[in-house]
Design a protein around this ligand. Structure first.
Ligand code: GDP
Ligand code: IMO
Ligand code: MG
Length: 395
């Protein structure tokens, strides 16, 4: 049995959470492989709405096991709060397991995150302020504290704030498992496993728009290192793309619209951060960035979300190529100050599409837009979402 991956292929907030919620019905285990509470994954089922931070996006499926891998950095207090909120609405949280290798986000990580941002001045990244970067720095510097350390070893002398967090980590002990044994027992036992990405490919620390990135490997390779499994165990790699682009925080967004069309995308798409409430920057779908993400992840399939948000645009743009100094350029030029983009315009549609359940039922111009995205991506688009609710999908 191979493990499949679902991950974001732009700058985060592609709608991964709601897609994982849907696909989870066909899996026994959903395992998150990276990031921390910088993530915010929204799920809407009927009138119930959830915003998840660390717990995998499959909580609404009572029989699915939920796992947070060693590639994640976990703030114990955020996780305890999240588990409490879930338990309060009747969700069985005893099935949430955390790898003993996951690192703990400590108060000094949060302080250092803020201080580093201040120091960067006008070059600030616009982090979520959750201490994620410093926690990963300490992991690499071999000075971090893992759940294994907090639970099994007497803690060294610490300040009062840190002691509180380490105590919170110890309260999570019933959830902490040998993460490598956990995942391999399930792989060997033939369980169907879905690997959940956080953030997006273009925020990857190595291959995103550095330095305006997060501090983890968000791409498909990060699933292997984040869980301790080999590449041969990976089956399908499904990339989630919004029908346009957004980004929260600073850094290159080559297709950004600084006019009323960007405003309209933000308004119609409700593009405000799940974690910080910050307005998301908006622009057209970027084919150069998308093809780069297909390559980085070795995608086998794609899903397009939020197509309904494009309703009411007379013409819809698509960035097809980049140029620098008159010469054609690849995605690595995204941050060049004199970057120019070529925009193809496609006819839009005015009909609401939130009730369409088949791609064939979409307006002809919407189908043509999808057809164009399909050509650009060169992997099959297996589903399109047309609204926030779980059932609002067209296949
Ligand atoms: P994630 O981080 O990739 O899980 O995405 P977020 O949950 O942070 O942001 C996606 C937002 O778009 C959430 O508010 C979703 O409820 C919403 N959303 C997801 N899919 C659709 C869709 O097809 N149409 C609309 N209008 N909203 C959607
Ligand atoms: P989900 O999983 C969107 C962005 C931040 C900032 C940069 C670095 O919901 O898609 P960090 O706090 O990680 O050091 O911030 O990365 N960022 C996200 N943007 N969605 C996310 O997660 C993000 N996680 C981090 O805004 O630009
Ligand atoms: Mg999000």
């Amino acid at each position: 049995m191979k493990a499949d991956i679902i991950l974001g292929c732009q700058w985060g907030d592609e709608g991964k959470g709601r897609i994982i919620d849907l696909y989870a019905a066909d899996y026994d285990v959903v395992a998150r492989f990276g990031g921390g509470d910088n993530a915010g994954h929204s799920i809407v089922v009927g009138s119930q709405e959830l915003a998840l931070r660390i717990v995998p996006s499959a909580v609404m499926h009572p029989d699915v096991e939920l796992f947070v891998g060693g590639g994640a950095v976990v703030n114990p207090q955020t996780l305890l709060d999240e588990l409490g909120r879930l338990a309060a609405i009747g969700i069985d949280t005893s099935r949430v397991k955390i790898s003993d290798r996951a690192h703990i986000v400590l108060p000094h990580h949060v302080t250092r995150d803020a201080a580093a941002e201040r120091e960067r001045g006008s070059g600030a990244i616009g982090t979520t302020g959750r201490g994620i970067g410093p926690a990963y720095v300490d992991r690499v510097a071999r000075s971090g504290i893992r759940f294994a350390d907090a639970i099994h070893e007497a803690s060294a002398e610490t300040d009062a704030d840190t002691a509180v967090v380490l105590e919170a980590a110890r309260r999570l002990a019933p959830h902490v498992v040998d993460g490598v044994a956990y995942i391999h027992e399930r792989l060997d036992g033939g369980k169907r496993i879905l690997l959940e990405g956080a953030q997006g490919a273009l925020l990857d620390v190595g291959y995103g728009t550095y330095p305006y990135v997060t501090s983890s490997h968000t791409i498909a390779g990060g699933a292997c290192t984040g869980l301790g499994i080999g590449p041969g165990t990976i089956g399908r790699v499904i990339g989630v793309f919004k029908a346009y682009c957004t980004r929260v925080g600073a850094g290159p967004l080559p297709s950004e619209l600084h006019d009323e069309r960007g405003e309209k995308l933000r308004r119609q798409g409700g593009e405000f951060g799940t974690v910080t409430g910050r307005p998301r920057r908006c622009g057209w779908f970027d084919a150069v960035a998308a093809r780069y993400a297909v390559a980085l992840n070795g995608l086998t399939n794609a899903i397009v979300t939020k197509l309904d948000v494009l309703t009411g645009f007379e013409r819809i743009g698509l960035v097809t190529s980049y140029r620098v100094g008159g010469r054609s350029a690849g995605f690595s030029a995204a941050g060049e100050p004199d970057l120019q983009t070529d925009v193809e315009e496609l006819p839009g549609w005015s009909e609401p599409i939130a009730d369409c359940r088949q791609i064939a039922d979409l307006p002809a111009t919407a189908r043509a837009y999808l057809q164009r995205l399909q050509e650009v991506l060169n992997v099959p688009i297996e589903m399109v979402s047309v609204g926030r609710e779980r059932s609002q999908l067209a296949r």
